[in-house]
Design a protein. Structure first.
Length: 406
């Protein structure tokens, strides 16, 4: 029985798998059982910030494995504290709670803002249509997409979604009962849609006026992917709570809620918890990750990668304006929106040895490691260009054949 048959018979069928069996990762490449190499611009859905098997991550993980793998959170652990010191210095937020995933970070933040707002008469939570915050019940309550919510109602009460970048709609829903606004500065799931300046300015003004908490979900965009530690800094936003996960553990499960002492204090002993949150092996990997990001200036590298990819694809857009509608992004999160479904583009890229992600149906999303070299950026763009040229030529020949009655 081959691996694909076994997967269908043993694993709950909630994922649409690629027909590829990966056996090894090397730097920015994945290698399948037949030895074919794939340039990984998929990046483990924004997890693999340093690519695969980075030597400093491996050393940090092995060092911690020789000490202990798990103690539980009834023990003080140096690995947790070392990472917390780094996260606090980078974010300006002096309290950290560890969990295992982005969805868990969202759930913890929801509990935190509800408890914070209880004594103030604030229960309302506002978020934006098209955002993605996870698959748990609380996270789904912040999302509007029917395909994720359908069948799980009723969800949390007093959670309101407004159209992203719609200032008038945002102003209508905010009042003094608002406890918090949850925000992705770039909506990756929706097709890499950045926040617009008019919403940024209104958000700042209404926050001063009404005093709600600003929670930024940086699960996909944090840790240097947009060229800054968190994406919110690209818009001069100063959040009360920052949510991190994905790349934080260097590929191991790790999430974090970062906040200020006066907000964190509402939890108290037993107010929230996690058996596995802050696993010491993952925390050591997180420290090593931050070492490499800062030492090698991978924040700056992320900007170079993104600017180069967008410039190349915009040139291609000029040749194929009836194919490519828009190119957008910041740093190592780039979306190329097509005027038709993008699945065929992604499949042809895979055949040529490039892994990319399709989101929102018609958007190719690039989430490469921040360690992409110039040659990897060039090859990524070359493959996309080859695919579009070939598909366009095939379509042109088909159209000519139809005209000639073939």
């Amino acid at each position: 029985m081959d691996i694909f048959t076994r997967e269908k018979e043993r694993i709950l069928q909630t994922y649409r798998r690629l027909n590829v069996e990966i056996v090894r990762g090397e730097g920015v490449y994945l290698i399948d059982r037949k030895g074919k190499r794939y340039l990984d611009a998929f990046g483990g859905l924004a997890v693999n910030l340093l690519g695969h098997r980075h030597p400093e991550l491996i050393r940090a993980i092995c060092h911690q494995l020789e000490c202990y793998v798990h103690l539980s959170n009834v023990f003080i652990q140096e690995a947790q504290l070392s990472l917390a010191d780094r996260l606090s210095a980078l974010s300006g937020l002096n309290r950290v709670f560890y969990c295992n995933s982005g969805a868990e970070a969202v759930e913890g933040a929801l509990k935190l803002v509800r408890k914070w707002g209880r004594g103030l008469g604030r229960r309302k939570v506002v978020s934006f249509d098209g955002g993605f915050h996870g698959r748990t019940m609380g996270a789904l309550s912040l999302m509007s997409q029917v395909r994720y919510r359908d069948g799980y109602e009723p969800l949390l009460a007093e959670c309101f979604q407004v159209p992203f970048n719609d200032v008038e709609a945002f102003c209508r829903v905010i009042d003094r009962q608002t406890a918090a606004v949850f925000l992705e500065c770039i909506q990756g799931e929706r097709g890499v849609i950045p926040i617009q300046e008019d919403l940024v300015n209104t958000l700042k003004e209404y926050r001063r006026q009404y005093g709600f908490l600003l929670v930024v979900d940086e699960v996909q965009t944090g840790l240097g992917r947009t060229g800054t530690f968190i994406a919110a800094r690209n818009w001069d936003l100063d959040p009360d709570i920052v949510l991190l996960a994905k790349g934080l553990g260097g590929g191991l499960p790790l999430g974090a809620i970062l906040t200020r002492e006066q907000i964190a204090g509402v939890f108290g002993i037993g107010g929230h918890g996690s058996t596995m949150g802050g696993n010491p092996v993952a925390c050591r990997a997180g420290c090593a990750l931050l070492d490499v990001l800062e030492r090698d200036d991978l924040y700056g590298r992320a900007r170079v990668i993104g600017n180069t990819v967008m410039a190349r694809i915009r040139q291609l857009q000029g040749q194929y304006p009836d194919w490519i509608k828009d190119v957008r992004g910041i740093g190592c999160i780039v979306g190329v929106e097509f005027l038709f479904g993008a699945e065929q583009i992604a499949c042809r890229c895979l055949e040529k040895g490039l892994l990319v992600n399709v989101t929102h149906g018609n958007v190719i999303r690039f989430l490469p490691p921040l360690t992409f070299g110039d040659e990897h950026v060039a090859r990524t763009c070359d493959i996309v260009e080859e695919v579009i040229h070939e598909l366009a030529e095939k379509e042109s020949n088909y159209s000519v054949g139809k005209v000639n009655g073939v």
